[in-house]
Design a protein around this ligand. Sequence first.
Ligand code: DLL
Length: 433
Amino acid sequence: MNIWDEKNECMSREEIEQLQLERLQAVMNRVHKNVIHYKKIFDNLGIIAEDISSLSDLSKIPFTTKSDLLLNYPYGMFAVPLREVVRIHSSSGTTGKPIVVGYTKNDIKTWSNLVARLMTAAGVTRDDLVQIAFGYGIFTGGFGMHYGAEAIGASVIPMGTGNTEKQLMIMQDYKTTVLVSTPGYALALAEHLEKMGINPNALSLKAGLFGGEPWSEKVREEIESRLMLSATDNYGLSEVIGPGVAGECSCKNGLHIYEDAFIPEIIDPETGKVLPAGHAGELVLTTLTKEAFPMIRYRTGDITCLDYTKCACGRTLARMKKIMRRSDDMLIIRGVNIFPAQIEEIIYSVAQGETPYQIVVERKSGMDNLEIIVEITDKIFALELQKQRSFQENVKKQISAQAGINVDVKLVEAKSILRQNGKITRVIDKRQI
Ligand code: DLL
């Protein structure tokens, strides 16, 4: 079994912990000096890097949350001057403004190597043709996976998202061996393949690297049998680096977390208390090697649990179980993160006030679909068809511009959305992961 960085992926537990402690102290010094947010917190609590003499001392430091990032929008959490930043990506905030993350030249190298590790673990080699069907742009998926595949020396086909028929044509003609996408899009490709009457055995796919959204073992089996490939999971988030935080090896028994670059902790999402290994809770990550955008104890909102036993592949890194769910109400639609509060803000602003609505998420022909159902009230111009249409268009346009996804907007009669105890359930998610 190939390992990209044997030195860092196969250390003894003592070696990993020693390296983590040294790097943690260094990153604490850097953020204390360069990030006002952390300087204030450390000074208020009287904490300096030397107070952290073992990894268990990490719990003395408060968490960093999405709201801290929003309060410091856009560049307040950067630990280097902008002139050192060579790349900017972003991800959804809970409302209004997005989260902005930056990378120095070194960060891009670090990131590429982390992604090269997960790709190698999933079986990718320099002989592969890797078709990347993630968005290239402000989302970290496309560029993140692209640079990792190039670091390995594989041939990359930077397809981007959508255009399913063309994806399949290229897959057939160019003899793609590795597919990189969300698991949802892999299912959509499988569905289209069947519709076009193409036998998956006629493709050259051997591996599929899927991430960006939660998926189950059942979905893995479905993708593997419909696309005739070996499917592995990989995990990451923009705030921490993008893809490249953790990935499965061919044992498919948990995602290896690159612990020389990140310290994982599991906490009780209610109390914030650190939980022992094996207990499910919210994953908290501290970055150890990032220059532009270091994060100390970042609350990911993702629920999982950790296993520190050695894997049959030889890696000694902790493994996290597949993400089970979120600790908050974030939705992931075709790989894009959406907070219901973001959508509500847009609906109310177009309606110029509160108005009854419901969000319904379904999977249609393998693709996530988000529909917003809005009751027609005076605000939405009962009886005025043209104005109703312009309301629908306006909501769609603003959600597309602010959240980056296309949605359907359906208008229904007043009082027709089901209420329980007088209240509308805001989000109905009918997808089964
Ligand atoms: O989704 C980074 C990424 C891209 C990871 C491509 C893997 C592949 P964000 O847009 O910031 O970054 O979304 C991060 O997506 O907190 C999880 O809730 C969810 N997520 C990402 N990967 C997985 C996964 C990218 N493998 C958020 N399983 C995270 C479950 C995932 N959820």
